[in-house]
Design a protein. Structure first.
Length: 455
């Protein structure tokens, strides 16, 4: 381990959130419902019947939350815009109160010296557009580009980094293949259409940005390295299929203009020959790639698992988070190196990385001891540093998440925050991991002390 564990000058230290997970007030001041609002209000869909009606009440407490970010010393904040807060019906007349909210949020960030990174779509499609077929309707690329265009004009003077979509794989896989996320469909025929339209929408929003934007735009993907569970040919092929489905499914079209050959194997007849013109528009240059990394997948052949015929194998000696994800930081270094090698060393941001654990209750004196999360953070930051030392162009890191929040269909059961939220009182308390992260930011990196113990 080298002594110099400082990150490059200008490296951004951020935290990330998403609108439906923190804002609450989903229908306030002229906003329209999103598919997540509907999903959460459908009995049986959400753990414990939780909804985003209040969430972290960030819509009303945003100033307090910005002060928290400033106290942590964050130099960047990644948040998402709720499309149906800006356009209640997804299209047509803008809702001035919604625009005003994000306008003030951006000003508040800049006033505190925090750079905004704006995600245009973090899963909360306007319900009115879902009524027209949502991600299955080819017109959605145009609807999305129109919404994006409006938002660029509103904020690009002050926002230097834009993200079109957050994790298209999850949207298609959880929303259209397995039905565990909104809009809750379960169809191998719909999922490939949804993911193709997501990528078309991404391409259309990048094109719209080139006409009015003056800064940078990229895509955020969640990448999960797939490692074969054994040397058997079957397991190796299973890992390759899983990698194609989850990772290359999005990287290949965006950076190379084609889908991986394995997609037909996975989806059979449901996979189509997509028009070459679509792929050209999907493959136009982006300015950076955002990588969300949580875990790896040790993968074996498993004929019973549809449609991949592959499943993950639990590792005896590893730590697992409460979401059931193996803690495996070394795979982040190799993943970043692979993205750099295979896709032309694009500028990268770690746009999400974090962990849910069972935190103890807030102790008197206001302490939340979360040593497992500190350990997770430290080891993943170390892994990022190792990739930078190997020549990968990583420009910033955003911890997931600033606040404990609504973990989608898992409701409030999974706490990812470095700041604890008491959902009964909305009281925020910095966990030990928040104090740790503040020290990392202050030093612009890790120290050998921090590399070896919880100081
Ligand atoms: C998403 C977040 C989510 C986190 C933890 C990512 O898939 O972008 O919204 O809360 O992972 O599951």
């Amino acid at each position: 381990m080298t002594n110099d564990r400082r990150f490059p000058p200008g490296f951004l230290w951020g935290a990330a959130t998403a609108a439906y997970q923190i804002e609450g007030s989903p229908l306030a001041d002229g906003a329209g419902p999103s598919i997540w609002h509907r999903f959460a209000h459908t009995p049986g869909r959400m753990r414990d019947g939780d909804t985003g009606d209040l969430a972290c009440d960030h819509y009303r407490r945003w100033q307090e939350d910005l002060d928290l970010m400033a106290a942590l010393g964050l130099t960047a904040y990644r948040f998402s815009i709720s499309w149906s807060r800006l356009f209640a019906e997804g299209r047509g007349a803008v809702n001035p109160a919604g625009a005003g909210f994000y306008d003030r949020l951006v000003d508040g960030l800049l006033a505190r010296g925090i750079e905004p990174m704006v995600t245009l779509y973090h899963w909360d499609l306007p319900a009115a557009l879902d009524d027209r077929g949502g991600w299955l309707n080819p017109d959605i690329a145009g609807w999305f580009a129109d919404y994006a265009h409006f938002t660029y004009k509103l904020l690009d003077g002050r926002v230097r980094r834009w993200v079109t979509l957050n994790e298209p794989w999850v949207i298609a896989d959880a929303g259209y293949l397995f039905g565990v996320h909104a809009p809750g469909h379960q169809s191998p025929f719909e999922a490939p259409i949804a993911s193709h339209n997501l990528l078309r929408a991404h391409g259309a929003a990048v094109a719209a940005y080139r006409s009015v934007g003056r800064h940078e735009i990229g895509l955020v993907v969640n990448l999960e390295p797939k490692v074969p569970a054994s040397e058997s040919a079957e397991d190796q092929l299973a890992a390759k299929r899983a990698d194609a489905y989850m990772n290359r499914h999005y990287l290949d079209p965006v950076f190379r203009g084609h889908y991986p050959a394995e997609m037909r194997e996975v989806f059979g007849d449901a996979w189509r020959d997509w028009p070459a013109a679509d792929l050209r528009s999907i493959a136009q240059p982006i300015d950076f790639l955002g990588v969300n990394y949580y875990t790896r997948g040790v993968t074996r052949h498993d004929a019973g698992q549809w449609p991949l015929a592959a499943s993950s194998v639990r590792q005896q000696d590893s730590t697992y988070t409460t979401t059931g994800w193996e803690v495996f930081p070394a795979a982040l270094t190799s993943l970043l190196r692979r993205v750099a090698d295979d896709y032309g060393n694009p500028p990268l941001f770690i746009t999400e990385n974090g962990s849910a654990f069972y935190d103890p209750p807030v102790a008197s004196g206001g302490r939340v001891a979360d040593p497992l999360r500190i350990d997770y953070l430290r080891r993943h930051l170390d892994a990022v540093k190792a990739a930078i030392d190997a020549g990968v162009d990583v420009r910033g890191y955003f911890v997931w998440s600033l606040l404990d929040n609504l973990e989608w269909a898992q409701g409030y059961s999974q706490r990812f925050g470095i700041v604890h939220v008491d959902f009964a009182t909305q009281q925020r308390t910095l966990k030990d991991s928040a104090h740790y992260y503040r020290r990392v930011i202050q030093r612009h990196g890790l120290t050998d002390v921090e590399g070896s113990r919880d100081d």
